[in-house]
Design a protein around this ligand. Sequence first.
Ligand code: ATP
Ligand code: MG
Length: 200
Amino acid sequence: MNLGLMGGTFDPIHSGHLVVAEEVRIGFGLDKVVFIPSARPPHKPGTVVTCPEHRYAMALLATASNPCFAVSRVEIERPGPSYSIDTVLHFREKDPDGKVFFVTGADAIAEILTWKDPAGLIQMCDFIAVTRPGYDLDCLRSLKQRLGTDLWSRIHIFKATPVDISSTEIRRRLSQGLPVRYLLPDQVLDYIIKVGLYRG
Ligand code: ATP
Ligand code: MG
């Protein structure tokens, strides 16, 4: 099985995440893309993140209609900070003969050297670095130099349809009463309104 893993805070999940996941799934012939909401993002210390159960519920609602999408609770259930390397190990152990691709936006991969054991992580799975509006691929040039040829060869750059949406912008718009409809699935927006998230 070719598995795509897409980690993130998904606070909330939006159409940018979904477009990227679907294009990568088809582009790389993945059997499944698993969205993995992080419980305690180690790289976002100090920021207030919505409770994991709400982020998990929104991810479930957003992906329910796609049989090739799934949502994993692995990082929510695991105590301590959510390290990607532990997550990749988990999925590799579940399917030792399968192939794992870790999918990130260009902004996230550019910071991979700040993650836990980046070299070990890159040796463990292939990476798909997806273009994202506002993040020039030039920012990956220094990463290429620092990783060296071997590790860099495991990072595949993928040009996705540019969707200039971020969770930060959606939270900001919601807190100001601005419209967000169609920036994220209707079911997710209904849930946000129902439980009263992001009201500022
Ligand atoms: P925030 O603004 O809170 O950081 P976000 O929109 O960046 O939210 P994350 O949950 O941080 O969403 O992102 C999860 C993954 O999806 C990251 O690898 C990120 O780079 C990628 N991603 C998010 N939005 C887009 C987008 N519009 N285009 C391409 N990649 C994206
Ligand atoms: Mg982000």
